[in-house]
Design a protein around this ligand. Sequence first.
Ligand code: PLP
Length: 481
Amino acid sequence: MTPEEFRRYGHEVVDWVADHMGRVESLPVRSQVAPGDVRAALPASAPEQGEPIADVLADLDRIVVPGLTHWQHPGFFGYFPANTSGPSVLGDLVSSALGVQGMSWVTSPACTELEQHVMDWFVELLGLPESFTHGSTGGGVVQDSSSGANLVALLAALHRATGGRTVRSGVEPGAMTVYVSAQTHSSMEKAARIAGLGSDAVRVVPVDGDLAMRPEELARRIDSDVARGFTPVMVCATSGTTSTGAFDPLDALGPICRDRGVWLHVDAAWAGVSAVAPELRPLQAGVEWADSYTTDAHKWLLTGFDATLFWTADRAALTGALAILPEYLRNAATDSGTVVDYRDWQIELGRRFRALKLWFVVRWYGAEGLREHVRGAVALAQELAGWVGADDRFDVVAPHPLSLVCLKPRWARGVDADVATMTLLERLNDGGEVFLTHTSISGEVVLRVALGAPATQRRHVERLWTLLREAHDWLANDFAE
Ligand code: PLP
């Protein structure tokens, strides 16, 4: 494709994208295809001759779009938000077009330095500790996912806890421990497996009535493990758990970790970005105790996947665990020790220019625009929680300081509540106007309404509330018969 052809077809594709953004609300939120439908519509073999872009776009409409669940739909309230935005798409387009590979500073200095700079900006934007900046003992890096960030945090923690021994001789089987709560994201246990510690190394600390980790229980577990000869390596605290949005008390967990020499990692994948709004920062009071921290701009901060913001206050531990320098990558800049080579901060060697889309997003919205986005979702969630709490057909079942509301329909005595709630969920999702998901609290099924899609406005939340009540009344009658 020549540059002139690119210009022409590029305009067509951008038109297609803009049209899609404009019409997404008219599409069913959840894909309605059956398993195998998409593959059945595709030819068995790749085309022998090239095809016109117009044909590809036609098949996008015919085959791909019907097979999508529309995470950008204003009625998407499932799992967690997975934002994107115009400036993010444009930044990604430029990144794809430039096609640079940022594994080392020398392979594209701007790719590294823009990323360092944007990550330092975000330290300030989110009110994070100064120790996370590149001018200090730490630094930030864009990772592919919070799962990946949780893994590299654990590798850094292992490096520090063993004085670097793991790099040479791996982990000693059954000797090290990691602390989570039952609400911690499953990626942490996966990280323990990948790091060679195994699931048995993961200690599950009890939670309180708000589903937050209990500090005194954490201290007791660590001390008892030390007394039995284990080496505690890392505590993973969560700011905004996936299931209900609970916050572990960082200000109480921090001193426990510091006194015992244990790495404190904070997984704030979904909720961390809320700190752009200063009034929401008290939820993460004590964040200055963290040795590392992850939050996803690709969840709730207007940036398309993948854009995990990861910081550590101890970059020597991180690069100590991950740095490796084959001869073919040697260069004068690396040897000088004055540059950051991001390949030493992540699992992969190669890396895309992901900071570009963040840069586009921050420059387009400004700090004010980012705050407005977060505050808008929080305000809608509080309004919804108010309506639910005032209605005797529903209960709000967990604290909801941000934009996730967990609720449970009340059913008549004798009705199997879990079956009825799941039936209600399916009915809503089948309708195509909204999409929500569920979780379990104290063994009971509850519905999660996760706000934060950029397109969601008050009228969409009002509509959800109407649909919830209608479905409840319809099912209440049905189950009563
Ligand atoms: N940690 C938490 C608290 C999450 O909520 C999630 C996703 O929901 C993850 C980690 C995994 O995020 P990613 O998809 O970026 O790996």
